[in-house]
Design a protein around this ligand. Sequence first.
Ligand SMILES: Cc1ncc(COP(=O)(O)O)c(C=O)c1O
Length: 437
Amino acid sequence: MGTGTGTTPKVEAKMPFSEEEAHRLDAADPGQRDLFLIPPAEGGRYAEAAYLVGNSLGLQPRATRAELLEELDTWARLAIEGHFEGARPWTPYVGLLTEPAARLVGALPAETVVMNTLTVNLHLLMVSFYRPSGARNRIVIEDTAFPSDSYAVQSQARFHGLDPDQVVVRLRARPGEENLRTADVLDYLDREGENVALVLLGGVNYLTGELMDIPAITRAGRAAGAVVGWDLAHAAGNVPLRLHDWDVDFAAWCTYKYLNAGPGAIGAAFVHERHLGDHGLPRFEGWWGNEPATRFEMTPQIRPPATADAWQVSNPPILAMGPVRTSLELFDKIGMTALRERSVRLTAYAERVLDEVVATRPMTLLTPRDPQRRGAQLSLRIGQGSAAELARRLRFEHGVLTDSREPDVIRAAPVPLYSTYHDCWRLADALAHTVDG
Ligand SMILES: Cc1ncc(COP(=O)(O)O)c(C=O)c1O
């Protein structure tokens, strides 16, 4: 890694991509940056950070503060009566989120519920959908699964008295390749499917940014007699999804990444229509899993609705739900189709300018080149030095925010809602000045 300079020299003379071009592209293809609060830069020559970490934590929408203040005000004025009165009574509040959340992932409202956090939801869903029986006891994940998913499936195996080393199968990319080939997943399911109880993969891989072929893998897994669930943490709000039509059995996602609902924000879950109602599926239940109409009868036996709401356990944290509501309203207004179109253009530009830098440096792009096989995120493997140190220098010397995954991956996500072509240019420029060619 080279030595960065405090004042970054202009690079137009040296690089075949220009700052002017980035500004031109921004003028022709603007996002909705004005709706968000952009953090200040902590280094470099621009006032605002080039924020490329919306795949980790999305930026704060300007509307969120007012939304939160409104709920605080209702609490102050109405206290307990806020459950039933005010602009958005709290008892049925979660219902306000159901339809927009369903639209976002291509689900029916009955199939969608906003609740808990992601790993908790994966557990609640696996209680219902991981039903090992005899030799059909395997759980298939990807070797680069997010650690929380690894821990969750291993603990589910133990919960059933099984040895995770025996039943958790980690599918790997081929030697020398970075991404898991769909064909290899299909081949495994074809060969070993009769032993598979559950396939649980990330829709977009957190490390490489690879967008899996969700419909093809779901079809193959179900044809093999397995249940197919998806962790959509990096897919929801990033790529268009059609969970209902794709026949996905279940899915869960968070709302703090591309959905911009704030740190640790509430997650969501999808259960396909065919599993709703009384099919004898086991569930870990609580009072909020009751039919809303009879919830307050306080009977000792639960009467769950024939919707994904039956998976709810506790009464929802309203102050955490306001930001989800604000965010989903934005997605409804702009639409995933328009966002995806800008995302494809923006990410292609980021790829082009990064390629110019990477070509002469010891770095490689891990993310698939095919826009159909990726969302907004591009991941770079750095050939030398520490990824964390590089991310730190990009931040403090250039005001460019990326994140690092140990030991050697830098992730950058041009988020179509608020990232600019100029942000992408700044990343390439900063890398060019920080990493020796
Ligand atoms: C792919 C993936 N799965 C699971 C998690 C864990 O989410 P949570 O902390 O909300 O349970 C994350 C968090 O970043 C993630 O990226």
